[in-house]
Write a protein that binds this ligand. Structure first.
Ligand code: URC
Length: 285
């Protein structure tokens, strides 16, 4: 007898948007973690899909409970470490699970400063999200990635766009002085599962911001490469890094029509089509 003609392909299931907040309050100086966790399992879930037999499915509700339960002892430092503990657990927890991916977004809270002193238990939310992703399988393989999202940066000069390819449909004038604005999304792969993840994450963000300042940008593409190179040179534990940069155009507004001079001071920050520049920067194999 042959099997079914129509078969199940790659599949995975899990729980998304598990919003976990932890306060460490064993001393007067509290610490907080504000996370959004996503768990995804792969494995042999054929019986459930083909026959409606749920007997080997770990409920996604159980996954949510597990994230809160494990946070007590395992969410004590970096989200990468917490992700590793969750992956280790879920690979054991589901009877037919073969691989697990845990994705964590950390919303960052900074201590409010009062007369220059960071407060013990009052915080202000920072823009810019921290990301981590841990993948593992039952063969013992583990991979750790980290990332940055939603860091809006801008420089008001020392950026241009000149010498680009011109053809029949090209209308854009060249400029050697424009506003450069983008919202940084970055992700990078570690060559280890045991780096000093907090130090590296903060260092990557600092490096990206410093690189933005330190050169004349002839294009977003050139700045993307420079930002990748700076990070890979400083952090040997990072194998490669990917950036996504929307080019948030700031167009000098035409005030000539009203007889008013505009020396690049009045701009239209557009929501219109924006450029999107993306790429990996990596070590030569
Ligand atoms: O930095 C830029 N890269 C481009 O590819 C591009 N294209 C464009 O119209 N403006 C820009 N700016």
């Amino acid at each position: 007898m042959s099997g079914p003609e129509i078969v199940l392909g790659q599949n995975n299931y899990g729980k998304s948007e598990i919003r976990l907040f932890k306060v460490k309050r064993d001393t007067d100086v509290h610490e907080v973690w504000d996370l959004d966790v996503r768990v995804s399992l792969e494995g042999d879930f054929d019986a459930a899909h083909y026959e409606g037999d749920n007997s080997r499915l770990l409920a996604t509700d159980t996954m949510r409970n597990t994230v809160y339960a494990l946070a007590r002892d395992h969410l004590t430092g970096s989200i990468e470490k917490f992700g590793r503990a969750l992956v280790d657990h879920f690979l054991e927890a589901g009877p037919t699970v073969t691989a697990c991916r845990v994705e964590i977004t950390q919303f960052r809270w900074r201590r409010i400063e009062v007369n220059g002193q960071p407060h013990d238990h009052s915080f202000v939310r920072e823009r810019g999200e921290r990301k981590a992703q841990v993948w593992g399988d039952i063969g013992g393989e583990r991979r750790v990635e980290a990332g940055i999202d939603d860091v809006y940066v801008l420089k008001t000069t020392n950026s241009g766009w000149e010498g680009f390819y011109r053809e029949r449909f090209t209308t854009l004038p060249e400029t050697n002085d424009r506003v450069l604005a983008t919202v940084v999304t970055a992700k990078w792969e570690y060559d280890t599962i045991d780096a000093d993840f907090d130090r590296v994450w903060n260092g990557v963000l600092r490096s990206i911001l410093e690189t933005l300042t330190d050169h004349y940008s002839p294009s977003v593409q050139n700045t993307l490469y420079r930002m990748g190179k700076a990070v890979l040179e400083e952090f040997p534990e990072i194998e490669r890094i990917w950036y996504s940069f929307p080019n948030v155009h700031h167009i000098v507004y035409d005030l000539d029509r009203f007889g008013i001079e505009n020396d690049g001071e009045i701009l239209h920050a557009t929501h219109d089509p924006y450029g999107q520049i993306e790429g990996w920067v990596e070590r030569r194999a």
